[in-house]
Design a protein around this ligand. Structure first.
Ligand SMILES: NC(=O)c1ccc[n+]([C@@H]2O[C@H](COP(=O)([O-])OP(=O)(O)OC[C@H]3O[C@@H](n4cnc5c(N)ncnc54)[C@H](OP(=O)(O)O)[C@@H]3O)[C@@H](O)[C@H]2O)c1
Length: 323
């Protein structure tokens, strides 16, 4: 089959002929129709992730959408979203014409949503939804701040906060284009991130009307430092990424005086049922037009160029590879 193949960790994968995945008892063979390129794919393939250096050659791609070809559980032709451990454990991933998927990693999806749109949501949407609900405990009427709101996690967090009845949703992002995506996703107001901590905290306070219950934070760094200063009594900051850096500073006085919490989140802690339910729920809201991730379809044949775009700067929107 044709696949994107990493032969040296840290180098861009190339389109190549690669052996079809060998059948595994109990697993499902999927014909891939769309697979997004996400930060985790690049991190795993770099060989510097906390999962260690991947065995090469391997096909990257931690998730995708496709049609069942052969399965002990599902009828041929069933449309599925699926996850893989490519780059985190031995085995091939989704950036290929075919993929073998373990039973717990398969989610049949009937929501009326094009495959690339479903692929663009994927694990970023699961993380946004579960950060707001399971980890962040969002209640109707609460005020939400979404950092990095122009990214996939951010766009879904803004739309999902609206769906879940947030009282006010403020979005923060670096570029005008990213802030426009956040507005399109349903933010009440947007704040530019390129400001010092004190100014940023003032802007957050003002935009949020003096109340902040929950922060969805895929960014960390200065943005998280400023957001934590603004948390109200019982406020929560859920961190799920470090796009701007791995450290942030928090004031003990600010946290303890308001019984505020800083919480970590990873999709890897979800049970298969939690992940399946979250994916099904966000896909349903997306089919109803309440959520979306801006994306661009790119032929799998152009994987090297797409990888390069993702690696050298924020392409602004999710790149979805189609075999
Ligand atoms: N914990 C989990 O389970 C989980 C799941 C999914 C994703 N994540 C993590 O969450 C982060 C975002 O994921 P995504 O899928 O939304 O990625 P994405 O669509 O590629 O978006 C990238 C995001 O990172 C922000 N960003 C990049 N460089 C930045 C910088 N130097 N300073 C500030 N912001 C910066 C962008 O901000 P702008 O909006 O300003 O452009 C954008 O929000 C990644 O770090 C990813 O690894 C974690």
């Amino acid at each position: 089959m044709r696949a994107a193949v990493v032969t040296t960790p840290g180098e861009v994968p190339e389109l190549a002929e690669h052996p079809d995945p060998a059948p595994v008892a109990g697993s499902t063979a999927v014909r891939v129709t769309a697979a997004p390129l996400v930060p985790l794919d690049l991190l795993c393939a770099s060989g510097t992730s906390y999962f260690g250096r991947p065995a090469v050659p391997y096909v990257p791609g931690v998730q995708g959408v496709g049609l069942v070809e052969n399965s002990p559980h599902l009828a041929p032709g069933t449309r599925v979203w699926f996850a893989t451990s490519a780059g985190m454990a031995p085995g091939d991933g989704s950036l290929a014409e075919r993929c073998i998927v373990a039973p717990d990693d398969l989610v049949p999806v009937d929501a009326e949503l094009a495959d690339p749109a479903l692929a663009a949501l994927g694990l970023s949407a699961v993380a946004a939804w579960m950060s707001l609900t399971w980890r962040g405990g969002l209640q109707a009427g609460e005020h939400v701040l979404v950092l990095g709101a122009g990214g996939a996690v951010g766009q879904v967090a803004v739309g999902a906060a609206r769906v879940l009845g947030a009282g006010r949703v403020v979005a923060a992002a670096r570029s005008r284009a990213a802030r426009d995506r956040a507005l399109a996703a349903g933010a009440d107001e947007v704040v530019a991130l390129d400001q010092d901590t004190a100014t940023l905290a003032d802007r957050f306070r003002e935009a949020l009307g003096g109340r902040l219950d929950l922060v969805v934070d895929p960014v960390f760094g200065v943005a998280a430092t400023a957001a934590a200063q603004v948390l109200s009594d019982g406020g929560r900051l859920v961190n799920l990424g470090g796009a701007s850096g791995d450290t942030a500073e928090f004031s003990s006085a600010a946290l303890r005086s308001r019984s505020a919490s800083v919480l970590g989140y990873t999709n890897n802690a979800l049970t298969p049922a939690q992940r399946r339910n979250a994916l099904t729920t966000v896909a349903g809201h997306a089919a109803a037009g309440r959520l979306a991730v801006a994306h661009e379809e790119v032929p799998l044949a152009d994987v090297a160029a797409a990888w390069h775009r993702q690696a050298t700067g924020d392409p602004g929107i999710r790149l979805v590879l189609t075999p």
